[in-house]
Write a protein that binds this ligand. Structure first.
Ligand code: DGT
Ligand code: CA
Ligand code: CA
Length: 576
């Protein structure tokens, strides 16, 4: 699949064009990059079947970009991209990961100080060459150093959402081989960790060599680290590694239990086995020399006296004790979700968001009972935030569509909200008399994110105390590997949420996953209700729901903790 490679290139082209100060075009490239990222069919396949015309049918692809895709499929390169890289020989993708550095600043740093990569940047900042530059200053220099430190900590790990599409493709491919009897992803991917060191795939087969040969010769393989019949390890062109293990079917369950981890959970389960006079390993559960379990995970857990434990909570942070006391949670499932309440549309602008109709049709396709539209509000100009009048116009439009659904006997409905901005003083950027008219109100912090802890806590508290506010979006504000959480007293925020009935969001966007598993568990302990939303700007992003569910699992959340498992009526009642 060339989709992800091309998507990455188009994102980079957009960044280069931003640096060069080109207008509009970066938008166009990003739009295509986003479409490709979530496109289900392989672009190569689309091109082979229908040529340039078929490429142009992909959302956002025009003549020029279609030709660029064709060029890449044929030659493995795009000349325009190579020229841009030659002109500005920067490690752009890594520099852009530094918090507080955007294209404009990167250009200045390159032209004035010759900064090409992270090493150059660190040197320049440590020698205090950055602060004297026009538009930078001491604070920016400090922020850059902090950003670099933060990057070092998250180095070498990938976002779950970044690698998941590849995991699915590779598993689907291997499944087709007749020698594959059983297959599963293992490791941190199966545990739905927010970042992934490498991908682990486990196969049951008695013809391991066939599978290994196929695996190492996949087109995306850039390097082979290890190649044996039962164990292979490769680097994909996208930068991450995949480990493959092939085991006999009688050990599939125990190997899956072992390679799913976490290491700490494994140590704990092995200890339980020993206490029962048994031995647990990747080969099976043994009583003396006799294998008494190993084919399935259920059977492995049962053999050591435990019920099945969901992979997402295998972290040895209380799951074993909970299971022994019969207090294991019944985790919320994707099929329990009845709608998605954080969705944007192109209302009032025509850039790369999808229209209301495209969004609600996708929600129907997903089998939802409702979708909630919550566009940004006026303070957020780069997102073309809506003002009071526009919100009321949108409200009328949505009411009309709901009436039409009603007449058709269609039970689906659109709820109308907005994503208002919490200003530094805790007030909102939309008047209460308008907020009152909406079905629900989401609020989020989108500016002045570096406030002191006490001020930030007071700011958010004040917003949650507004009786019109229902949901607090992406509560900690972190962007994984990119931006740290706000300074705030989270326990206090949880108390206020409980008291005011404010619902905390589990934002399923891969770079956010906010709340994450850890904080979800804290919220649950406080009795705070949560909602899993995708924060979609385009229809494909509605599929991010699975990542929110993954975090909810890691946070031990049950159906009753998550409000978008309720019907539309019950949910509206709750908002009131
Ligand atoms: P990652 O790749 O850093 O995101 O995290 P994992 O958990 O996928 O770790 P990985 O790929 O090194 O190993 C996969 C699983 O194999 C791990 O979750 C548990 C198991 N495992 C690996 N090394 C050990 C070990 O030394 N002891 C035990 N008990 N299990 C191990
Ligand atoms: Ca791994
Ligand atoms: Ca591994």
């Amino acid at each position: 699949m060339k989709n992800q490679e091309l998507s990455k290139i188009f994102f980079e082209i957009a960044d280069y064009l931003d640096i060069e100060g080109v207008s509009f075009k970066p938008y166009a490239y990003r739009k295509v990059a986003l479409s490709l990222e979530s496109l289900k069919e392989d672009v190569g396949e689309i091109y082979r079947n229908g040529g340039l015309e078929a490429l142009k049918a992909i959302s956002g692809v025009g003549e020029g970009i279609a030709k660029a895709i064709e060029e890449y499929l044929k030659t493995g390169k795009i000349k325009h991209f190579e020229e841009l890289k030659k002109k500005l020989p920067l490690k752009l993708d890594e520099l852009l990961k530094v918090e507080s550095l955007g294209p404009k600043k990167i250009k200045v740093l390159y032209e004035k100080l010759g900064v090409k990569n992270l090493k150059d940047l660190e040197k320049a900042a440590k020698k205090h060459k950055i602060s004297p530059l026009f538009g930078f200053g001491e604070k920016t220099e400090q922020n850059i150093l902090q950003g670099l430190e933060f990057l070092k900590q998250s180095k070498g790990r990938f976002l779950l959402g970044e690698i998941m599409p590849t995991v699915k493709v590779v598993i689907e491919r291997l499944k087709i081989l007749k020698e594959v009897k059983e297959i599963s992803v293992a490791g941190s991917v199966r545990r739905q960790k927010e970042t992934i060191g490498d991908i682990d795939i486990l196969v049951a087969s008695d013809k391991p060599k066939k599978i290994a040969d196929y695996f190492v010769s996949m087109p995306e393989v850039e390097k082979i680290w290890a190649e044996g019949a039962t164990k292979c390890s490769v680097r994909f062109k996208q930068g991450f590694d995949i480990d493959l293990r092939v085991v006999p079917q009688k050990s599939f369950g125990s190997a899956l239990q072992y390679f799913t981890g976490s290491k700490e959970h494994n140590i704990a389960t092995r200890k339980i086995a020993i206490e029962k006079g048994l031995k647990l390993s990747e080969y099976g559960v043994f009583s003396g020399a006799k294998q008494i379990a190993g084919k399935t995970e259920e059977e492995v857990y049962k053999a050591i006296g435990l019920p099945y434990i969901a992979p997402e909570i295998r972290e040895d942070d209380g799951e074993i004790q909970a299971v022994l006391q019969g207090k294991l949670p019944k985790l919320v499932e994707l099929k329990d979700i009845k709608g998605d309440l954080h969705c944007h549309t192109n209302f009032g602008d025509d850039n790369y968001k999808d229209s209301l109709e495209v969004m609600y049709r996708k929600a129907m396709e997903l089998g939802y009972e409702y979708i909630g539209i919550s566009d940004h509000t006026k303070f957020l100009r780069i997102e073309n935030g809506l003002n009071e009048k526009q919100l009321l116009d949108q409200h009328k439009e949505i009411q009309k569509i709901n009436e039409k659904f009603n007449k058709q006997g269609n039970k689906f409905r659109i709820l109308h909200g907005c994503e208002a901005n919490v200003m530094p003083d805790g007030t909102l950027d939309i008047k209460d008399e308008v907020l009152e008219k909406l079905d629900y109100v989401i609020v989020g912090v989108h500016s002045n994110m570096k406030m002191e802890k006490k001020e930030m806590t007071a700011r958010i508290t004040k917003a949650m105390e507004n009786p019109n506010v229902d949901i607090f979006a992406h509560p900690t504000g972190r962007l994984i590997g990119n931006r740290e959480e706000y300074q705030m007293d989270f326990d206090k925020i949880l108390e206020v949420a409980k008291k005011t009935g404010t619902i905390l969001e589990i934002n399923a966007t891969p770079i956010r996953l906010d709340l994450n598993g850890f904080n979800i568990r804290r919220a649950k302990v406080h009795g705070v209700k949560m909602i899993i939303n995708t924060d979609s700007h385009r229809k494909e992003q509605l599929d991010f729901m699975e990542y929110g569910i993954g975090q909810a699992h890691r946070g031990w959340a049950e159906k009753s903790d998550i409000v978008n498992t309720l019907s539309a009526e019950k949910l509206l009642e709750y908002f009131k």
